[in-house]
Design a protein around this ligand. Structure first.
Ligand SMILES: Nc1ncnc2c1ncn2[C@@H]1O[C@H](COP(=O)(O)OP(=O)(O)OP(=O)(O)O)[C@@H](O)[C@H]1O
Length: 593
């Protein structure tokens, strides 16, 4: 119920701006239903007029005055109502499709924009596939429900009410006869739909875990191949596939039952209506032409009568999926956004330096990762952070760029708490090169200019030269115009990081954070990265997370982090002569652990 309320709130927030179109859809649907339910009465009238005509025509005394005109008029009215039904249905369907497409388009924009405003925490705690499924399955389910289910619900409900109203208008007794089997139909439809839903839910669960398995196996494909585990991988896939197959089959069997059963019930009802109709004509001594017309009208109504019941119960599933989708999207919209102080100070350059003051921080309340870390980076200095894996190096970097806020203590730029700085100006002046550099779809040039699209060609080439990647780029057949994307590029991990360094150089950041690439870097690329780092760092206030000690020998200060605490700091020489943890690290070459 809570889900339904949230779903209604979510839909309302997007649909309210289309209230004029929606009101029009409601009105036109009612008009269309009126035409639809009125048409059979003209059909009955046409039959009555035809019977009257034939009666007069066959009778020698009235043969001369027999006229087909009333029959033609009734036929014309019937045709007109059928045509008007079709036209109004088309207008209603056109408008509702337009509203659905526009509203779901806005939902997509709303979701994408929300993701852009969200904190890194959300991305750290949700899997890519999970986020992507919001755009694919959830928004699709919502669109389908809006486009078909909601408007179907409206039109089928109107049809149901309209038919009942018309039936009572035409003949009360026959109306009751037609409706007598309604409870049976509703119970049958409900039981079948509930069973089908049970298997459809099971199918979705089974598909979800099968996709999880496929995803995991694809990610681990290299290990599977190198260890020769292909057969085991296939064997592991089988039970998942079997579950999906079984649930899909049972779900389809049940949902497939609904239509034929309702059709059968409707035909049975039809026979009952014809039987009672004929009995009524005789017992009430009804005029035979009027009686025939009445039976034709009720044959038509009883055929249409089951349609709304079948449709409404079968779209229930669609609505259920949309409610779940809307709840999941509402959850995303309720997530924390990055907090930008209302009158945040602008950061334009580093005048004195960047400080971490007695920082305590944990990703979750129950586990502190940094326990009172203090680090001072003076203007123009290069400070390197080293330490064993899991010591908290990346966490420090996350705080320096305000990906997360500290629990206690403060990160300060020129003495100003990072929480009082304008977020955009902070991000504009802090350059960051991550370990796993990402390439965006586009040309190499687009990728370098990503953070500074207005940079000149000359500046871009200079940045690439400083990053030691220019020669490699020009050796490619299409040079800077080579088309790349993250999955499909000619660049190795190390080269991707050089491109990222070029990208950062071009933005000319006042403060630079560099998380050195650790894996898959050959010695030539390593030397290039070293030279590129030297170029980008020169004269800039910078903070380097080092995995290879030889890349930071020239650092002004080396800070050693262990178990979330700073245990040593000083120059390379000073730390070596101290003979502590750093010197041990250095001598044992334990940099890659
Ligand atoms: N998003 C997160 N949520 C919860 N805990 C996290 C998160 N990221 C890191 N941690 C935990 O914080 C601790 C420090 O991790 P961090 O990534 O900062 O270490 P690191 O020194 O950079 O390690 P490495 O050298 O292996 O990259 C680890 O215990 C890790 O499990």
């Amino acid at each position: 119920m809570v889900d339904v309320k949230r779903a209604i709130k979510y839909f309302a927030s997007y649909l309210k701006q289309y209230w004029i179109s929606l009101t029009f859809v409601v009105v036109i649907t009612i008009v269309s239903t009126y035409f639809q339910v009125k048409a059979p009465s003209y059909m009955g009238k046409a039959i009555t007029e035809l019977a009257n005509y034939l009666g007069q025509y066959m009778n020698p005394t009235t043969h001369a005055i027999a006229s087909k005109t009333p029959f033609y008029h009734a036929l014309e009215s019937m045709m007109l109502f059928f045509i008007l039904t079709a036209i109004t249905m088309f207008i209603s369907s056109f408008l509702s499709s337009r509203v659905s497409a526009q509203a779901s388009g806005r939902m997509r924009i709303g979701l994408f924009a929300k993701l852009q405003r969200m904190t890194i925490k959300y991305f750290d705690t949700h899997r890519d596939g999970e986020i992507l499924s919001l755009f694919t399955s959830d928004l699709d389910n919502i669109f389908n429900a809006m486009n078909q289910a909601i408007f179907q619900l409206l039109s089928q409900f109107a049809l149901f009410v309209g038919i009942i109203w018309m039936m009572f208008d035409q003949n009360v007794k026959l109306a009751w006869v037609t409706m007598a089997s309604t409870p049976v139909a509703i119970i049958i439809a409900w039981v079948i739909i509930s069973r089908a839903r049970h298997f459809i839910d099971a199918q979705q669960d089974a598909t979800g875990s099968m996709n999880g398995y496929i995803n995991e196996q694809i990610n681990g494909e290299k290990i599977i191949i190198t260890q020769g585990l292909q057969e085991e991988s296939i064997a592991g896939f089988m039970p998942h596939n079997e579950k999906v197959k079984q649930a899909t089959f049972k779900g389809q069997v049940y949902s497939g039952m609904l239509f034929p059963l309702m059709q059968g019930l409707s035909l049975l009802n039809l026979a009952i209506v014809i039987f009672f109709g004929s009995w009524l004509i005789v017992s009430e001594g009804m005029d035979k032409a009027v009686g025939l017309g009445l039976i034709v009208v009720f044959v038509n109504y009883s055929q249409q009568y089951y349609q709304p019941i079948t449709q409404i119960t079968s779209i229930y599933n669609m609505l259920q999926l949309a409610v779940t989708g809307a709840r999941r999207l509402s959850d995303v919209h309720d997530q924390d956004e990055e907090i930008n102080p209302a009158d945040g100070q602008e950061l334009s350059s580093i005048k004195s330096g960047v400080t971490l003051e007695n920082i305590h921080f944990g990703y979750t309340a129950d586990k502190e990762i940094l326990h009172g870390v203090s680090i001072q980076v003076d203007k123009g200095e290069m400070v390197a952070l080293v330490g064993p894996t899991g010591s908290g190096k990346t966490t420090v970097m996350n705080l320096l760029n305000r990906f997360y806020d500290v629990d206690d203590g403060a990160v300060k730029f020129d003495g100003v708490d990072i929480r009082h700085l304008d977020l955009k100006s902070l991000r504009d002046h802090v350059g960051i090169v991550l370990q796993d550099s990402v390439l965006f779809s586009g040309t190499v040039a687009d990728n370098i200019k990503f953070g500074a699209p207005k940079a000149t060609e000359e500046d871009m080439i200079n940045a690439a030269k400083q990053a030691n990647i220019h020669e490699f780029i020009v050796s490619l057949p299409a040079g800077y115009q080579t088309i790349v994307d993250d999955e499909n590029s000619v660049f190795s991990t190390g080269q991707k990081q050089l491109l990222a360094i070029a990208r950062t150089i071009l933005t000319n950041p006042a403060f630079l954070i560099l998380d050195e690439a650790t894996s898959n870097v050959d010695t030539v690329t390593e030397a290039r990265i070293q030279a590129a780092m030297d170029n980008v760092i020169a004269g800039r206030t910078s903070f380097v997370i080092a995995h290879r000690l030889k890349t930071i020998l020239g650092a002004d200060k080396i800070v050693v982090l262990k178990d979330g605490k700073v245990i040593e700091q000083g120059s390379h020489e000073a730390l070596l002569s101290k003979g502590g943890f750093y010197s041990e690290l250095y001598h044992n070459q334990m940099v890659f652990d």
